[in-house]
Design a protein around this ligand. Structure first.
Ligand SMILES: [Cu+2]
Length: 129
């Protein structure tokens, strides 16, 4: 009887740990899916949402392919709509709602691209590999 109970508890723990690990691999710490890039006609598009912060905060993209960043806003009234990407000399107030396409060229493996709000409060980073 005691053995059965301990087996059930052990199985329960394994399942719980499994759920935690499976969840961790599919989502970032804000619970959003991390898959935010797609390749269309030889161009890689990475989508970032600006809304109170940038999400996902960390993205991974492919190196060696022409890349465009699409920054989406949806009723952004905060300073995440004031975006600076120094690498490509981008500094603009994004529309409150809409999509802004930013050409970021072709990145090499190991390069990163960082975007930051004009006040430096919020940021996102894209790692190219
Ligand atoms: Cu800010």
């Amino acid at each position: 009887m005691n053995k059965t109970v301990s087996i059930i508890i052990t199985l329960g723990l394994i399942v719980a740990v499994g759920i935690i690990f499976a969840g961790g691999s599919k989502t970032n710490n804000t619970g959003e899916a991390v898959q935010n890039s797609e390749i269309k006609d030889g161009v890689q598009y990475i989508t970032i949402l600006a809304s109170g912060r940038y999400s996902p905060q960390t993205s991974t993209a492919k190196a060696g392919i022409p890349t465009k960043l699409i920054v989406k806003t949806n009723g952004a009234y905060d300073c995440s709509a004031s975006l600076v990407i120094r690498d490509v000399g981008f500094q603009k107030i994004l529309p409150q709602t809409g999509e802004t396409e930013i050409d970021i060229g072709t990145k090499n493996r190991g390069e990163t691209l960082q975007g930051v709000c004009s006040m430096g409060m919020y940021s996102f980073v894209i790692n190219f590999s």
